[in-house]
Design a protein. Structure first.
Length: 439
């Protein structure tokens, strides 16, 4: 008599051809207003979400409140003597839609500085995790534990009018955004620096303070600003943004929603791509004995990877049809500050040779590099060499845009997200021409 797992395996093997047949033979059949290929294919490119915070233009890249990234990095106020704008300025822009003045930024700075201090119990939670725990697990748990601080949860329990939901949500969001770099720095020192950490400096902006807490000198303050801004938002359809929106649609508070967002970001198909880039580059470096390969040698490494059935990490994008502007901003920074770095020389070579190879191969819709092809190399150069921590850095930035989205969702009264499902059998019957209303 077969056991449970054996029986399940047999069922899976019998089911897989049914799904393949639906996609291959009936993918264009429409169910209500959506094709079968969209239903099964992860809803890719299906326009069914609304956000005014950002828009991903295939031919221009991400727009924050209708500003392209080059416009953004030109117009936003920046700290004196710094290359990169204030992260606090992006917060103001994403929340209001207005380009901030220095006075606006100063107001946000003051507001965040008042809210930075972590409750002692959050530090104790972080310290209680075993040494080998993944930093994203600790990051999510620390955010989740702050649910007890939620103004929204308290106001909701007291019977707040739904027109005012946005107000305590805003308070929770600003509290959390102020504390995220503190939580991340605490995790970093717990896991990688024997728990010895630098404490927050109340005189510094978010980017400079994060660099200070990690103990890294200039220009890492600009690296932090750049990294958090570039990752702040990316429409609503990516896994982290959609997860945060979905959980918040049930009126879960910011802490519950952003913790769930972090869990989605931790998946290898979403937030871990920059790690995969570095792993591959280090593998090539090892084979090259630390030497920089020639163009022909690097081309061979790329073809070997493609011929083994793998993709080139950091290249291609589901939406973009150009080189990711986030990549180009990082590239300009690297050319100025780390042009002689061996890792950057590898990244630079790939920038030149991979797109023509992918065009020749003919499988990639977008052969150009994305943000992940560069971000890890910059962190590595400045001494943040713990791959697992890179997604925490991603999470700090991404939370900014998702918090802004959730505040506006509450302000506009967007409802609980609740799509319908169908069964495989129903799809097969629809594919054969049956009326779904008769099922």
């Amino acid at each position: 008599m077969p056991g449970l797992k054996d029986t399940l395996y047999e069922k899976i093997q019998a089911w897989r051809p049914r799904i393949k047949n639906l996609i291959d033979e009936h993918g264009d059949v429409v169910v209500d207003t959506v094709t079968i290929s969209k239903l099964i294919g992860g809803m890719r490119d299906l326009k069914c979400l609304v956000t005014d915070i950002s828009y991903l233009d295939p031919n221009e890249g991400i727009r924050y409140r209708n500003y392209t990234l080059p416009e953004l990095f030109t117009k936003l106020p920046r700290p004196k003597g710094s290359e990169m704008p204030y992260v606090e300025g992006v917060m103001y822009l994403l929340l209001t839609g207005d380009m901030p003045t220095q006075a606006n930024v100063d107001e946000v700075l003051d507001e965040l500085k008042k809210r930075r201090i972590l409750p002692r119990y959050i530090i104790e939670i972080i310290e209680a995790f075993p040494k080998g725990t993944h930093p994203m697990t600790i990051f999510s748990a620390a955010i989740l534990a702050m649910h007890r601080e939620s103004f929204f949860a308290k106001k909701y329990d007291a019977g707040i009018n739904k027109q005012d939901y946005w107000d305590p949500t805003y308070e929770d969001a600003v509290n959390l955004m102020a504390k995220l770099p503190e939580i991340a720095a605490c995790i970093y020192h717990k896991l990688y620096r024997e728990g010895k950490r630098e404490y927050s400096d109340p005189n510094l902006d978010m980017g400079a303070n994060f660099a200070h807490m990690l103990g890294i000198g200039k220009p890492y303050d600009d690296v932090s600003r750049m990294h958090f801004i570039l990752h702040s938002d990316h429409e609503s359809g990516n896994v982290s943004a959609h997860t945060g929106h979905l959980v918040a649609s049930s009126l879960s508070d910011i802490y519950l929603s952003i913790s769930s967002m972090i869990n989605g970001l931790a998946g290898p198909l979403h937030g871990l791509a920059n790690q995969e880039v570095l792993r591959w580059l280090h593998d090539i470096m090892e084979k090259m004995g630390g030497e920089v390969p020639t163009e022909n040698e690097m081309k061979q490494f790329v073809w070997d990877l493609l011929n083994s059935g793998q993709v080139v990490p950091g290249f291609g994008h589901a939406v973009l049809r150009i080189t990711d502007p986030r990549y180009m901003i990082q590239r300009e920074f690297a050319l100025k500050y780390m042009a002689d770095d061996p890792m950057f020389k590898y990244v630079d070579l790939l920038y030149k040779i991979v797109p023509p190879i992918l065009i020749e191969q003919g499988k990639a819709k977008n052969p150009w590099p994305n943000v992940d092809a560069h971000s890890g190399a910059i962190q590595w150069h400045y001494g943040v060499r713990e791959y697992d921590f890179y997604t925490v850095l991603f999470g700090i930035g991404r939370a900014i845009g998702i918090c802004a989205n959730i505040i506006w969702d509450r302000a506009l009264g967007y409802p609980l997200e609740r799509p319908r499902s169908v069964t495989t059998e129903m799809l097969e019957r629809i594919a054969q021409g049956e009326d779904p209303e008769d099922m």
